[in-house]
Design a protein around this ligand. Structure first.
Ligand SMILES: C[S@@+](CC[C@H](N)C(=O)[O-])C[C@H]1O[C@@H](n2cnc3c(N)ncnc32)[C@H](O)[C@@H]1O
Length: 265
């Protein structure tokens, strides 16, 4: 079996259904205190909805929007560039291997770091890109993020229908904890480090919305290992059936990890 490449996303679908990520990210954005003339990096910008919000807070500043996925960046460009010509640059890059040195006053990133396996390397890369005195404010999945859903996925994966394809599948996310994250940020050189976890249970209107979100966002990699469309549909519909029996129904047990730090001046 060929191993699928996971850099790319269905960016049109993500753009349409990413209201949860927008809501969480907007809360983080609303806590930023900016002068308005900074040069910032948006790390893992996706389709750029929050990138656009961030640029409205930078009337005299500039922004570099970075993402690993070309599809996501194309959509971000479509969504944002015409509103802020000359103040935004889009760069395809891995956040753990950024091609910038002391270039930014600050880094903003939401819903991206848990997709990156090595947080020590990630934080060293981010630190290098910051000017002395520069800050990092970010949020990603962490702690017991999606525990209930993933226990169901694991149990279903062990059943006879699916075991041959996904019985030994290992999810690639890094759902870190505040103490581990703080240690890792400090080891990279950050100071004034803060890290905390918050629950973010997220309710979907019905089975269709729940299944589409699980398919296009959470299990987009995992489902590639099931060889037929019909098998993927069957897997998703079993997860949706279980979620429909929950009280409240169709709720995902999201947890967000907040992290902050500063490069000493
Ligand atoms: C769930 S989306 C979040 C997008 C956006 N920040 C938002 O909140 O809507 C995660 C994004 O992180 C990007 N990503 C994952 N790993 C990355 C890496 N190593 N370097 C850069 N971007 C990465 C993905 O391509 C994707 O666009």
């Amino acid at each position: 079996m060929t191993v699928p490449s996971f850099r790319e996303w269905d960016s049109s679908a993500y753009d349409r259904i990413s209201a949860p990520q927008f809501t969480w990210g907007k809360k983080v954005l609303d806590h930023l205190s900016l002068r308005g003339d900074e040069v910032l990096l948006d790390g893992g910008c996706g389709t750029g909805k929050l990138t656009g919000e961030l640029l409205t807070l930078l009337p005299r500043g500039r922004l570099v929007a970075v993402d690993l996925s070309e599809n996501m960046l194309r959509k971000a460009r479509e969504n944002v560039e015409f509103r802020f010509p000359a103040r935004i640059t889009f760069v395809v890059a891995d956040l753990a291997h950024l091609p910038f040195v002391q270039a930014f006053d600050g880094i903003f990133s939401t819903a991206a770091f848990h997709w990156i396996p090595d947080h020590d390397r990630l934080f060293r890369s981010l630190y290098r890109t910051l000017r002395p005195g520069g800050w990092l404010v970010a949020q990603c999945g962490g702690g017991p993020n999606l525990c209930r859903l993933l226990a169901r996925v694991d149990a279903l994966s062990q059943t006879a229908t699916y075991a041959a394809y996904v019985g030994s599948y290992q999810h690639r996310w890094t759902f870190s904890h505040p103490a581990t994250t703080a240690y890792s940020l400090e080891a990279a050189g950050f100071r004034n480090v803060q890290s905390s976890l918050e629950p973010a249970p997220t309710r979907f209107e019905g089975e269709r919305e729940f299944s589409e979100f699980v398919c296009k966002v959470i299990l987009r990699e995992f489902l590639e290992y099931l060889p037929h469309k019909s098998l993927r549909r069957q897997f998703l519909s079993e997860l949706a059936r279980q979620a429909g029996d929950d009280d409240p129904p169709y709720q995902l047990d999201y947890w967000r990890l907040n992290l902050e730090g500063r490069r000493p001046a």
